[in-house]
Write a protein that binds this ligand. Sequence first.
Ligand code: ZN
Length: 76
Amino acid sequence: MKKSCKACLSEKIFSHGYCSKHYNILKNLEKHFKVWSDIYTNNISWNEYLDRLLKLKDTGIYVREVIHAELKKVEK
Ligand SMILES: [Zn+2]
């Protein structure tokens, strides 16, 4: 198993296979997902949500790294 962060090459794993920087982003994504699923009355999946974020211009580079890592996990 790879011992580095799922979104970057940092070997300082904090939680869930992420370094602290990317883990904080994941936590924020999960928080926002709850808000989104309320708006869409739970008709949006975690993957759809991440997909939509990828299409937004405002989505930052670190956020994208986490999204790509999360999407990779399920594509296999
Ligand atoms: Zn990282």
